[in-house]
Design a binder for this molecule. Structure first.
Ligand code: TMP
Length: 247
């Protein structure tokens, strides 16, 4: 079957040329990697679930006035999104200590942070995505001061909104990573949310039991990765039957 032109293959997604100018297609793979590609596996069904969860969350986020790249889901593994110039900065927002912040500052996992904290990492696999400051971002020209201010404010708005949304379905939003891109309208660039939002790029713990419902199940060999992702989708009220048909 003739396929779309492949533009780029990442660790969890493939990017194809879109059907119209200014669009691309994101194909969600089942592949999972951790620790900068050192650990790899295929988790059957993960791509399909993440496509649906990301569609759901991007639609919710856009309803609160945050601009996103999402246009529409095309089928069980693909979504059409606006083509943007990705800013090479991974924005991490944390509510509760876990993962690298726990290690870096010796804070027990599960400790509530004094306030929501935003961190920036330089998106470069060869360097292992190092932690960076605003000074690096503006100094090296990855984003200007206005852009980074907008990225910071938007990330906190997304955090407030999603924290409540997940709380409503019995999940604690511990932390997440998002990416932004520039959408050019003439010579003016607009900052919009890009990439994806799924259990691959956030931590979600069950509100009552603190059971991990995200990619840490893979990173830490806890098992039942796909069923945890499925449970997140179920709690959000996402109809997984959609995954059985192309619509
Ligand atoms: P960290 O605690 O390992 O720094 O991760 C913080 C959050 O960012 C967590 O929700 C997982 C997510 N994340 C990614 O999406 N991609 C990555 O490459 C890393 C390291 C973390």
């Amino acid at each position: 079957m003739p396929r779309r032109k492949k533009l780029y293959e990442g660790k969890a997604k493939i990017i194809y040329q879109g059907p119209e100018p200014g669009t691309i297609v994101q194909y969600f793979k089942d592949d999972a990697t951790a620790f900068n590609n050192k650990k790899k596996a295929s988790i059957v069904g993960k791509g399909v679930i993440n496509n649906l969860i990301s569609e759901y969350l991007m639609n919710k986020i856009s309803k609160i006035g945050v601009k996103t790249h999402f246009l529409r889901r095309l089928n069980i593994r693909e979504q059409l999104v606006k083509k943007v110039e990705i800013i090479p900065v991974e924005v991490v927002v944390r509510n509760i200590a876990a993962g690298s912040i726990s290690k870096r500052f010796a804070i027990e996992e599960g400790t509530k942070l004094p306030r929501s904290m935003v961190e920036y990492y330089y998106k470069d696999d060869n360097l292992g995505d190092p932690l960076i400051s605003e000074e690096h971002i503006t100094g090296f020209g990855w984003a200007n001061i206005n852009e980074i201010e907008e990225i910071l404010n938007t990330s906190l708005i997304i955090n407030d909104f999603l924290k409540d949304l997940f709380m409503g379905v019995g999940l604690k939003l511990i932390d997440f990573k998002i990416e932004f891109g520039r959408l050019y309208l003439g010579n003016k660039a607009e900052i919009i949310l890009a990439d994806e939002f799924s259990p691959d790029n956030c931590r979600l713990w069950d509100s009552k039991t603190n059971e991990k419902m995200d990619k840490d199940r893979f990173r830490r060999d806890l098992g039942n990765v796909a069923s945890a992702y499925q449970e997140v989708a179920n709690r959000l009220g996402i109809d997984l039957k959609k995954t059985h048909s192309y619509d």
